[in-house]
Design a protein around this ligand. Structure first.
Ligand SMILES: [Zn+2]
Length: 270
């Protein structure tokens, strides 16, 4: 599943091909996504110039001068750059063909993703209740400390709550807490501001290094094999139940928090 770093890497990878180009034609082969693609989306987009591609949480926002297309990659979606003559494969549901002979193709086997249109992103229902961006200046220990007051939920559930901070998925939550030495089960309200400061740094570092890894290694947005190529991170705890901790060599434990599997080292995290 694409997480925030993959979405950001996608944005960085496709932007040079697309920003400033005009959409000549939109081809929609399948409209049934998480939300049905609106019937006149082709009309809204054709002839429009893509002015910028932004990201908010795991949404990519393609701005034109009269509205924006919003793409979410769901569980299995990916975007890649194509030549406009390239015929579609299975699950290649949408193409934005550009005025330079290239195009952007959305591939999504499970169709939990979405493609929506809005005149005004800032008032769109998807974005109204979202918390801060983890890589922004607004995500600080002061912010977390304030939001954490009297909260009894486990810290892992708290940092995965998109109303607090967006884009921290299960893998990155487990890994960040390991880096910060914080037990994922601890009640949020009991964590000191000093420890929040360490946690904020860990989250930012892990997300940034994942974006860097994606940007420099596996991703090539102009390729033909259709492999989304989500990058594998070097993981310390996630998926390592029963294996030795990279720091203390004791066994990594697994528990369930908020219905999500959670991995941690009982010795290094408290
Ligand atoms: Zn350990």
């Amino acid at each position: 599943m694409p997480e925030l770093p993959e979405v950001e890497t996608t944005r960085l990878g496709i932007s040079p091909w697309i920003v400033g180009k005009k959409i000549k034609k939109v081809i929609i082969r399948e409209r049934r996504f998480r939300w049905k693609i609106q019937d006149d989306l082709e009309k809204k987009l054709e002839g429009k110039k893509i002015q910028s591609i932004k990201r908010r949480a795991k949404y990519l926002i393609f701005d034109t001068d009269c509205g924006s297309a919003i793409i979410h990659l769901g569980m299995s979606g990916s975007l890649r750059i194509i030549k406009d003559t390239e015929s579609p494969n299975k699950h290649d549901h949408v193409d934005f063909l550009l005025n330079n002979g290239m195009g952007l193709r959305l591939h999504d086997p499970r169709r939990f993703g979405s493609l929506l249109w809005t005149k005004d992103v800032s008032s769109h229902f998807l974005f109204l209740k979202l918390g801060v961006e983890p890589l922004s200046k607004d995500f600080t220990e002061t912010y977390l400390n304030l939001k954490a007051k009297k909260r009894r939920v486990p810290i892992k559930q708290f940092i995965m709550n998109a109303h607090i901070v967006v884009g921290i998925g299960n893998i990155y939550a487990s890994e960040s807490l390991f880096h910060a030495g914080i037990n994922p089960k601890i009640q949020t309200g009991r964590i000191s501001k000093k420890r929040f400061s360490i946690l904020v740094k860990s989250i930012k570092n892990i997300l940034e290094s994942a974006i860097k890894a994606g940007g420099t290694t596996l991703r090539d947005y102009y390729k033909t094999d259709g492999d989304p190529g989500y990058f594998k991170q070097y993981l310390h705890v996630y998926g390592r139940k029963g294996k030795p901790c990279h720091i203390c060599k004791r066994t990594i434990s697994s528990i369930t928090i908020g219905q999500r599997s959670t991995f941690y080292c009982k010795n290094c995290q408290h």
